[in-house]
Write a protein that binds this ligand. Structure first.
Ligand code: PGA
Length: 254
C-alpha cells in the first residue's frame, strides 16, 4: 500500500502574497521529484480551494478541505458542502479533527453524518480521532477511541469503509511538539484494526489505511510512522513549509 502524506494548512496563508510565495516554493520543491509510493494530499483553507485545484492539483498532489458539512445545499450559513468540494476539483475532507471537536463542538454523531454524505458523493474522508491527555491519564484511551470510531462509523457499510482514511491524532500531540512512543502508536493501530475487523471482517479491515498525526516532523518519522507501521502521516505546521513537507513525503516514498 502506498503511504499517505496529508498536509493540513489550517487557518494560515492570510494574504494572496503569502499564497503565491507558498505556491512558488512548492513548485520549486516539486521539480524533478517523483512520488511512486506516496499519495500527497494538501488541505488548504476553504477560500483557496479553487486556487489549489487549479494551480497545485496534478498527478502527484490531490486536494482536500479541513472540514465539510453534512447537507448538500440549503440554508446553512457559513458551511461548505461535499458537492462544492467535488465541483471545484477537491477529493478529500478532514473530518473530526480535534480542533473542530474541541473549539466547535463537533460530536461523533456529526462526524458520522459528514462521513456518510462524503461516501454518497464518492469522496474520501480523512477521519480523525484520538484521546486527550486527561483521558489518557485516567486510563480511558481505548474506550474513547472505540466510541469515536464506533459512533463515527454508524450505519456505514463495507463499501463505504473503502472511502475512509483513519488518522490517529492524540489531542495532546497536536501542535505541542510532544509525540507518543512508537509502541503507544502501534497499540492504537492494533486497536483500530481490531474494531474494524469485528465490525467488517478481516477482508475489509486489512485494506484500511491508518495514519498518525500530531507534531509530525521529518526527523521523527521513524518513531511516529515507520516503526509503528503506520500507513502515512497527517501533518500540520510542517506542511506550511513545502521544503519540510516534501522531505516527509520523500522519506515515506519507499
Ligand atoms: P501539528 O498538527 O502537526 O501542527 O501538530 C497536526 C494536525 O493538526 O493534524
Amino acid at each position: 500500500m502506498s503511504k499517505y502524506v496529508i498536509g493540513n494548512l489550517k487557518m494560515n496563508l492570510s494574504s494572496l502574497a503569502e499564497l503565491e510565495r507558498y505556491f512558488k516554493t512548492l513548485k520549486n520543491e516539486l521539480k524533478g521529484k517523483n512520488f511512486k509510493n506516496a499519495e500527497i494530499i494538501i488541505c488548504p483553507p476553504a477560500v483557496y480551494l479553487q486556487n489549489f485545484t487549479q494551480k497545485v492539483k496534478n498527478k502527484k498532489i490531490k486536494i482536500g478541505l479541513q472540514n465539510i458539512f453534512w447537507e448538500r445545499n440549503g440554508s446553512f450559513t457559513g458551511e461548505i458542502s461535499p458537492i462544492m468540494l467535488k465541483n471545484l476539483g477537491g477529493e478529500y475532507a478532514i473530518i473530526g479533527h480535534s480542533e473542530r471537536r474541541g473549539y466547535f463542538g463537533e460530536t461523533n454523531e456529526m462526524v458520522n453524518l459528514k462521513i456518510k454524505l462524503m461516501i454518497k458523493e464518492r469522496l474520501m474522508s480523512i477521519f480523525c480521532f484520538g484521546e486527550t491527555m486527561e483521558e489518557r491519564g485516567a486510563g480511558l484511551t481505548s474506550g474513547i477511541i472505540s466510541s469515536q470510531i464506533q459512533e463515527g462509523l454508524k450505519d456505514i457499510t463495507p463499501s463505504g469503509l473503502e472511502k475512509i482514511i483513519f488518522a490517529y491524532e492524540p489531542v495532546w500531540a497536536v501542535g505541542t511538539d510532544v509525540i507518543p512512543t512508537s509502541n503507544g502508536i502501534m497499540e492504537v493501530k492494533i486497536l483500530v484494526r481490531k474494531i474494524l475487523t469485528e465490525k467488517y471482517g478481516m477482508k475489509y479491515a486489512q485494506k484500511v489505511a491508518i495514519l498518525y498525526g500530531g507534531s509530525v516532523k521529518a526527523k521523527t518519522l521513524n518513531q511516529v510512522c515507520l516503526d509503528p507501521g503506520m500507513d502515512g502521516v497527517l501533518v500540520g505546521r510542517e506542511s506550511l513549509n513545502p521544503v519540510e513537507f516534501l522531505k516527509i513525503a520523500k522519506s515515506l516514498d519507499v
